[in-house]
Write a protein that binds this ligand. Structure first.
Ligand SMILES: [Zn+2]
Length: 119
């Protein structure tokens, strides 16, 4: 595809001038769906082209999505009368949590709780 600032962007297949528009949904990276993505589109073959700037924007939005979903999913288990949740090894190592570590459980609204080291 050829990008020319004065004349616009042309579809490599059809050699038709592409139109700037918005794609409702686009997976820049698999599994991370972005909404309302700016892109150039060929009216003839629906070919899509992104400028470098548009690609950078998608990249930034994708990493934002990733940060927001960062976390560990665990199932609640039972031990005696208590419900227990395992602490992932990666997280324990990162936070230097070992057996015997004292923690405080702090409820957060009605969504859940936060666990904090107390020493
Ligand atoms: Zn085309």
């Amino acid at each position: 595809m050829v990008e020319n600032e004065e004349e616009g962007i042309f579809c490599a297949k059809c050699n038709v001038k592409m139109k700037l528009g918005v794609i409702p949904k686009y997976d820049y990276e698999e599994g991370y769906t972005l909404h309302n993505v700016k892109a150039y589109k060929c009216q003839k073959c629906n070919n899509v082209f992104f400028t470098e700037e548009q690609a950078h924007e998608m990249e930034a939005r994708t990493s934002e999505l990733k940060e927001r979903e960062f976390g560990f999913e665990r199932k609640v288990a039972v031990s005696g009368k208590s419900l227990i949740v395992g602490i992932p090894v990666e997280l324990a190592e990162h936070l230097h949590i070992k057996k015997g570590q004292k923690v405080k459980i702090v409820p957060i609204a009605k969504e859940g709780f936060m666990i904090r080291k107390t020493n």
